[in-house]
Ligand binder design. Structure first.
Ligand code: ADP
Ligand code: MG
Length: 319
């Protein structure tokens, strides 16, 4: 029901960047090897994401736009072991309620693609290679109260760029491209973590960073963390991922800050891209629909592990 979906949309879709997050994560979940993002006017006018993933069968296209329709969770038990980025099945329904949305998709083995219009829910044959195009135009065209809260184009674009970077850092094995108003901003071939980090955070960062690798039972920390000689220009070069999800988590931020404070006597603004892998049963990613917060079952152990891993890495550097 449209009103319910419009209300739900407030939680999931608070600006173009959150649309981009959901649509990008769906492409990742679909097993895409290449994803192209086209933005217009900061994503407000249009967000179009093209992937070469598994696609959506004709008969599932309408379902994909329904609330609580997800192909990713079959039981409550699965919630404990979420391996995909999405699992609530409400993102596309919420997006379609507040923007002109069309899905075009060609499933593996299908003779051709189908397109569905989010308003009329009408299906029509379409031409496309395997994969999916999600086109989200005129965000909030039907909810002027929301539209008022959109910031100017440059600001909304910057949020989209941030979101794109997060996904791109978490998935170096996927080729990704972003363009804005017809201009290509990022063209990232599939490759190593180091190559992706260099492309997005700069060669200069990589040259002034230590590689982190630490294992302890079900916990693994990898990535790169800056040495004191690196003075970053941007305040946002701090990325933490838990099981490939970008998170901003007090516990983790604190562990990192403490390690820098103790070893480097408070390196002003450390930059890092750190990847924590943990048994999905040990972390709850279900805390918030925007899924930027997590809750650890063994919070203390996680904190200690991250702290010591970084402390050791930074100390080895003779910093
Ligand atoms: P969720 O990701 O939580 O399942 P969404 O509303 O984001 O919910 O998507 C609904 C469903 O639509 C997904 O479960 C998936 O089956 C399908 N879907 C969405 N985007 C894609 C895509 N790019 N490729 C393949 N399937 C997709
Ligand atoms: Mg999703």
């Amino acid at each position: 029901d449209l009103l319910v979906n419009q209300i739900a949309a407030g939680e999931v879709v608070d600006r173009p960047a959150s649309v981009l997050k959901e649509v990008l994560e769906n492409a990742v979940d679909a097993g895409a090897r290449a994803i192209e993002v086209q933005l217009e006017q900061g994503g407000v006018r249009r967000i179009r994401v093209t992937d070469d993933g598994c696609g959506i069968e004709r008969d599932d296209l309408a379902l994909a736009l329904e609330r609580h329709a997800t192909s990713k969770i079959a039981s409550l038990d699965d919630l404990e072991h979420v391996a995909t980025m999405g699992f609530r099945g409400e993102a596309l329904a919420a997006i379609a309620a507040v923007a002109r949305t069309t899905l075009t998709s060609r499933a593996e083995g299908a003779a051709h693609a189908w397109r569905i219009d989010g308003d009329e829910r009408s299906l029509a044959p379409a031409a496309l290679n395997q994969g999916t195009v999600v086109d989200v135009a005129d965000l909030y065209y039907n909810t002027p109260a929301r539209r008022k809260f959109l910031k100017r184009e440059a600001t909304e674009y910057a949020h989209c760029d941030d979101m794109f970077r997060r996904v791109a850092l978490a998935r170096p094995e996927i080729g990704l491209q972003l363009s804005h108003n017809g201009r290509v901003i990022h063209r990232l071939p599939p490759g190593s973590v180091a190559a992706r980090v260099a492309a997005l955070m700069g060669d200069d960062f990589l040259q002034h960073a230590r590689e982190v690798t630490a294992d302890a039972g079900p916990l693994r920390l990898t990535g790169f963390a800056s040495l004191p000689a690196y003075s970053r220009s941007s305040r946002d070069a701090q990325y933490f991922f838990v099981n490939s999800r970008f998170v901003r988590d007090k516990l983790l931020t604190h562990a990192v800050r403490e390690a820098y404070a103790d070893i480097l006597h408070g390196s002003r603004h450390p930059a890092y891209a750190l990847f924590l892998d943990i048994d999905p049963a040990g972390v709850d990613v279900n805390v918030h629909p925007a899924k930027i917060e997590v809750r650890f079952r063994e919070a203390r152990a996680v904190h200690q592990f991250v702290y010591h891993a970084l402390e050791r890495t930074l100390a080895e550097s003779g910093a």
